[in-house]
Design a binder for this molecule. Structure first.
Ligand SMILES: Nc1nc2c(ncn2[C@@H]2O[C@H](COP(=O)(O)OP(=O)(O)O)[C@@H](O)[C@H]2O)c(=O)[nH]1
Ligand SMILES: [Mg+2]
Length: 270
């Protein structure tokens, strides 16, 4: 394990046991993947529940998930009216978890890039952390079969996010995570504006600023084998734009409060 950040609560300070965990899997046109991923989660971590948050996928993903939910009481489906982006699907999933008294939520892609077999390791790390990131860029992690342009995008995006926002997180854009509900309750989720993948950066930033203890656990991330990626230039542009705006806002706020930027341009929070 590596990359521990956030110090408000000491590593040794006991955190409540994670009794009820919900894995939220956002889906849009994942008919070829949804059955396999849910089955793998159930096998890898039989004690956790699964919520498929489907945006009314035209390929029938929601119907397939519904059939699984009928035969497995730990599988649930949240049918959403239409494609509204990853961020909105996760926020709806988090709300679903809070309403039902879960202790933690897990974010996981449907396409197999995030191996459910790594979940026990992530949950073990959450025993003394508020947020656990399954990290592609922590020491010991591997990225398999990703095209060079995606590798570069992820590397550069994370570097930019880290420098611009002063967050010592190696994989701020990664989407394999555990959040304790307490952390989500301590941040203003109503202020979250990201629609696409900048959602992950936005939540990292909010959690970091709230003093959450964020731990990165190395994972092996593999490119999807079936179905199409929903990544688009618009999603990249949104992330770039939002990170830049947050960076300016952070510096303005620090300046107003009379805080000093560090020599590397990062902002230290009180
Ligand atoms: N509910 C929902 N899920 C989405 C949406 N966009 C992407 N996803 C899901 O988010 C996960 C990651 O998307 P993916 O296309 O694999 O992105 P990539 O790994 O960056 O290429 C997958 O499970 C997608 O089905 C959306 O608008 N709504
Ligand atoms: Mg993917």
């Amino acid at each position: 394990m590596s990359g521990t950040v956030g110090t408000t609560r000491a590593a040794t300070e006991p955190r409540p046991a994670l009794r009820r965990v919900l894995v939220v899997i956002p889906t849009y046109n994942e008919a070829d993947n949804v059955t396999g991923i849910v089955e793998r989660v159930r096998r890898a971590a039989p004690e956790v529940d699964v919520l498929v948050a489907d945006d009314n996928s035209p390929d029938g993903t929601g119907t397939i998930a519904e059939a699984m939910a009928r035969t497995d009481g730990r599988v649930h489906v949240l049918h959403r009216p239409g494609k509204q982006g990853l961020g909105a699907a996760y926020l709806a999933g988090f709300g679903w978890a809070r309403d039902r008294g879960y202790d933690a939520v897990v974010e996981m892609d449907a396409d197999g890039s995030h191996a459910p077999e790594d979940l026990p390791r992530l949950l073990a790390a959450a025993v003394d952390a508020d947020v656990v990131i399954g990290s592609r860029w922590a020491r010991g992690a591997r990225v398999v079969n990703w095209p060079l342009r995606r590798l570069l995008l992820s590397r550069c995006g994370n570097l930019y996010a880290r420098l611009a926002l002063g967050m010592p997180v190696a994989d701020a854009t990664g989407g394999y995570r555990v959040y304790r509900l307490g952390v989500l309750d301590s941040v203003d989720l109503g202020s979250v504006c990201s629609q696409g993948y900048s959602f992950q950066v936005e939540l990292s930033r909010l959690a970091h600023r709230a003093g959450a203890r964020i731990v990165e656990v190395p994972i092996t991330f593999a490119e999807r084998e079936r179905g199409a990626s929903k990544m688009s230039p618009l999603i990249v542009a949104e992330a770039l734009w939002r990170v830049s705006v947050w960076a300016v806002q952070d510096r303005r706020a620090a300046w107003r409060r009379g805080l000093h930027g560090t020599r590397d341009g990062q902002v230290r929070w009180p």
